[in-house]
Design a protein around this ligand. Structure first.
Ligand code: SF4
Length: 109
């Protein structure tokens, strides 16, 4: 079952992410170790195509996937250099630095 996110939906996700980022504030990487890892089978993870291993992304399903992209290189990843870290799209859970989802937004160079 595939569910595409339209522009409004993406906008709502971004707005929520921005609000969550503000709420999370500093020091989020330090609490990441206490967070449960995102359940790849959760509705949110499935709707965003999240996987904890970017090498397993279904490239046919997610044409926007760029080889080599992963959470650690995403603007929304808040884990610093940690293996797992918070992402505002998955409040209360940690995503893998080696993971990926369809909302990936490359960090500026
Ligand atoms: Fe979050 Fe970005 Fe990873 Fe998606 S790719 S789960 S938005 S850090």
């Amino acid at each position: 079952m595939s569910k595409m996110i339209d522009r409004r939906g993406f906008g709502r996700i971004c707005a929520g992410a921005a609000a969550a980022a503000v709420l999370l504030g500093r020091g989020t990487a330090s609490v990441a170790a206490d967070l449960p890892h995102v359940d790849e089978n959760s509705a949110q993870a499935k709707s965003l195509g999240y996987t904890s291993d970017a090498s397993k992304v279904d490239k046919a399903k997610y044409a926007n996937f760029v080889a080599g992209s992963q959470c650690s290189g995403c603007q929304l990843f808040q884990g610093g250099a940690a293996e797992w870290g918070p992402c505002p799209l998955f409040a209360g859970s940690a995503v893998s630095a080696k993971g990926w989802c369809s909302a990936f937004a490359k960090k500026p160079a």
